[in-house]
Design a protein around this ligand. Structure first.
Ligand SMILES: Cc1cc2nc3c(=O)[nH]c(=O)nc-3n(C[C@H](O)[C@H](O)[C@H](O)COP(=O)(O)O)c2cc1C
Length: 445
């Protein structure tokens, strides 16, 4: 294993307590006795610390993955093994589950001296919170965010100024209804994370899906609120552009409309169509997918790096990390495959103020992984909600065939509330790259 490449993850499924059925899936060997488990655990830690090749541990089915990105340069190899952190300099760790008492995040690396009020964060959480129309889950949560650390409160009692220390934020869960999930405690909803969580961890918080629930995304939206403060002059806005087969008419795009309807649609004309369509979907106990577009304007030219830190790569990664996201496009995206070189090239001319002008933006504001100064345009597709009332075939934890109807309060189209989440992820990616660019080039953009 090359020097300087850190071992970032060490997976030892044999160490996890697991029901016999899963133990069988993971490996065919007998269970490891307790004293051996302890020894094995210590050995793994030793190996991770020393960065040795793990070949000798194959006997224990202990695998290591090298990574030059996830752990961050110089980070101890086990530091981010649990994968709840993203970002390099603007670093966000989220915590919490759907039916726990609270969830939240820690934003580390935020520069000092940025001032904001709680309402500047709450406005984004209010966009994402459930129960705001009949087209989203009826779970009632106020999603009031508290800032616990990393700021100094001004004399006005409202304005907070970042101190450069970790900003911890908390959002309480107040409307859990765990009994709704009793039936799926031992059954796997097809299309949800139930099966893979059990397979991997051998234990699953079935109440609301635990960590696989999009409740976790409230914390990301809070982090996105802080990210928006980092880069001067950047505006990140999102809109829903497609539900099922019904697309907006892009000629009607009006940002002012986005806040005027329950879908975050920029096209007023599509709203009644979507209303009728989604009412039908809901009444049939079904669900449907959607496409969201996020546009960041005012992004300085020069953010990003050519290969392993492309701005588009990191935006795609963060958007893909949102629950239910199955596709991401930057700029023209998949349509570029049908476009000729002449049409796709974003031609350039010199502007009057000696700065270049691009005659189009098929690249979505990013060339060679580096921002051009044009708007950064990203789209992502979410799949239809897997928890539906229509009966579907599946299996249970004992390996028996079952038929499942998922009750409880679910979003019939998760794309609606995904709009502010997508905005938050793009804002975090841009803030992180802004700080990284400043660190590398020393320039203030
Ligand atoms: C805003 C939002 C709300 C969601 N609400 C639900 C829901 O009510 N019911 C559900 O089954 N899945 C919901 N999901 C999707 C699941 O969290 C997701 O499908 C699950 O974690 C499995 O992950 P995957 O789809 O990324 O593979 C939601 C996703 C988002 C982004």
């Amino acid at each position: 294993m090359a020097a300087g490449v850190l071992i970032a993850a060490c997976r030892c499924p044999r160490l996890a307590p697991s029901p016999p059925a899963q133990r069988e899936w993971w490996h065919n060997g007998p269970p490891i006795p307790d004293n051996e488990r302890k020894q094995h655990f210590l050995s793994c830690r030793f190996v991770a610390k020393k960065g040795f090749c793990l070949g000798g541990f194959l006997a224990y089915e202990c695998r290591a993955f090298s990574s030059n990105g996830a752990a961050g340069f110089g980070a101890p190899p086990w530091e981010h093994m649990s994968h709840n952190t993203f970002g390099h300099l603007f670093r966000v760790t989220t915590w919490g589950e759907s039916h726990g008492p609270a969830l939240g995040c820690v934003v580390d690396g935020c520069p000092p001296g940025l001032s904001f009020k709680l309402e500047d964060l709450q406005v984004w959480l209010d966009k994402r919170k459930p129960g705001q129309s009949r087209f989203v889950t009826q779970r009632r949560e106020d999603d009031l965010v508290k800032v616990l650390s990393g700021v100094m409160l001004d004399a006005d009692g409202e304005t907070m100024t970042t101190t450069g220390t970790p900003i911890s934020m908390l959002i309480e869960n107040t409307d859990q209804r765990s009994k709704d999930y009793g039936e799926i405690a031992r059954q796997y909803r097809p299309g949800h994370a139930d099966y893979t969580y059990d397979l991997k961890y051998g234990i699953r918080d079935y109440r609301g899906g635990g960590r696989s629930s999009a409740r976790e995304t409230a914390a990301r939206v809070a982090a996105g609120g802080i990210a928006r403060l980092v880069v001067p002059g950047v505006t990140v806005r999102g809109a829903l552009v497609q539900i099922g087969k019904h697309k907006i008419d892009r000629r009607n795009w009006d940002w002012d409309q986005v806040g005027q309807n329950p879908f975050f649609s920029p096209d007023a004309a599509i709203v009644p169509v979507w209303e009728e369509y989604l009412d039908g979907i809901r009444k049939n106990g079904s669900s449907i997918g959607a496409v969201i577009e996020v546009i960041a304007e005012g992004v300085p030219a020069g953010l990003g790096a050519p290969i392993y830190a492309k701005l588009d790569q990191d935006i795609a990664s963060l958007l893909m990390s949102i629950n239910a996201v199955k596709g991401v496009e930057i700029g023209n995206g998949f349509a570029a495959a049908e476009t000729s070189g002449e049409d796709n090239a974003d031609e350039m001319r010199m502007g009057n103020d000696s700065t270049p002008i691009f005659l189009s933006n098929n690249a979505g504001g990013i060339l060679g992984g580096i921002s051009t100064g044009q708007p950064v345009v990203a789209r992502f597709a979410v799949k239809p909600t897997s928890s539906i009332l229509t009966e579907r075939q599946s299996i249970d934890a004992e390996g028996k065939n079952v038929d499942i109807r998922t009750k409880g309060r679910h979003d019939p189209c998760v794309g609606i509330r995904a709009v502010p989440i997508g905005e938050a992820m793009v804002a975090c990616a841009i803030a992180d790259h802004y700080l990284r660019d400043r660190g590398q080039t020393g320039r203030l953009k």
